[in-house]
Each structure stands twice: as structure tokens, then as C-alpha cells.
Design a binder for this molecule. Structure first.
Ligand code: GRF
Length: 177
């Protein structure tokens, strides 16, 4: 079963839901976000784990894992999750946490990948699905699809379209293993 971590809009979560993938739980670091509404609308258990309610990030991450594991989660998908994860979480799901990122990693890690690619003047950027470790978008790459920067007016939309196709495809393969 899949656990999905979110922080905001949740369009990638929606793509996973629409693909009929077995999602057992959705957790957010922020309350009241659209992604949690999408989970609830789909009848999936959903909860916010706000950092400021815990003594530190490790304590929050331990409780997050403690909530996911009894729900049968054995694959964690970060779909727009904007916090780094710490060992108390990472160690509970070895080689079973993946993230979707809007660039061709290792190019343009971080929260502003599309803007950074535009500012750098590259002709091609893209989408990466990668394993998650303690670093910022540093884990081993699983799959990448390039996206041409031009026409710029539609770049964000084209990147999201690729994400919404690629993420369910890769997650479906991981579910089979
Ligand atoms: C996506 O572009 C994803 O690659 C990045 O954050 C964005 C999340 O969008 N990590 P959404 O919340 O899935 O709509």
C-alpha cells in the first residue's frame, strides 16, 4: 500500500488517485491544503503533521512513520512534499521512498527548479523521479523525461503534464516489486 506525503495543491496526488493506485494514507506538513481535501474526497485517511507541534523534526517524522505503518504502507511517495525527511522516517522505509521533481536532476535541485532552469537559460529541463535520502533532491535517479523550455508560456503546464503521466507509471512499477 502507498502512503503519499504532500504540502500543497496535490495535483500529483490526484494523478495517483485517478490511476487507481492503492493509496492507504495521505499526510501533509501543512493543515488545510488542497491536497488533503483531494484525499478526503477520495475517501483516503488524511492528516496534517505540523512541525511546530513536535519537539523537533525527528520526533515529527517518527510519529508520521508510526501513523503510516499500521495502515499497511510499504511504499512512500513524496508528491510536492516540501520538507526534508530525517533518519527516523527514512530508516523505516529503506529503498521505498520516491519523489517527483521538476528538473533533470542533479540540475536544479530545490524548491524553485523551474524558475532556476529559466534563469539559467537552458534549452531543456524536465522531470525526475528519484529515491529519497537525507539530502535535498539527491537520491538515486529512477526515471527522467526531458522537456523543452520553449515555448516558455506553456513550460509549467507541460512539466506538470509529464509529472502526472510519469509518476503513476513509475509508482505502479514499484508497487509490483
Ligand atoms: C510538483 O511540480 C513537484 O514536482 C514538486 O512540487 C510540485 C507539486 O505539485 N516537487 P502538486 O502539489 O502535486 O500539485
Amino acid at each position: 500500500m502507498i502512503g503519499v506525503l504532500v504540502s500543497g495543491e496535490g495535483s500529483n496526488l490526484q494523478a495517483l488517485i485517478d490511476a487507481g493506485l492503492p493509496i492507504a494514507a495521505v499526510a501533509s506538513n501543512r493543515p488545510g491544503v488542497r491536497a488533503l481535501e483531494r484525499a478526503e474526497a477520495a475517501g483516503i485517511p488524511a492528516r496534517a503533521f505540523e512541525l511546530d507541534r513536535y519537539s523537533d523534526r525527528a520526533a515529527r517524522d517518527r510519529e508520521l512513520a508510526d501513523w503510516l505503518l499500521p495502515r499497511g504502507v510499504d511504499l512512500v511517495v513524496l508528491a510536492g512534499y516540501m520538507h526534508l525527511l530525517t533518519p527516523p522516517f527514512l530508516d523505516r522505509f529503506p529503498d521505498r521512498i520516491v519523489n517527483v521533481h521538476p528538473s533533470m536532476l542533479p540540475a536544479f535541485p530545490g524548491a524553485h527548479a523551474i524558475a532556476d532552469a529559466l534563469a539559467a537559460g537552458v534549452e531543456t529541463t524536465g522531470v525526475t523521479i528519484h529515491f529519497v535520502d537525507e539530502g535535498l533532491d539527491t537520491g538515486a535517479v529512477l526515471r527522467q523525461v526531458p522537456v523543452s523550455v520553449e515555448p516558455r508560456a506553456t513550460l509549467v503546464e507541460r512539466i506538470h503534464d509529464v509529472e502526472h503521466r510519469l509518476l503513476p507509471e513509475v509508482v505502479r512499477e514499484l508497487c509490483a516489486h
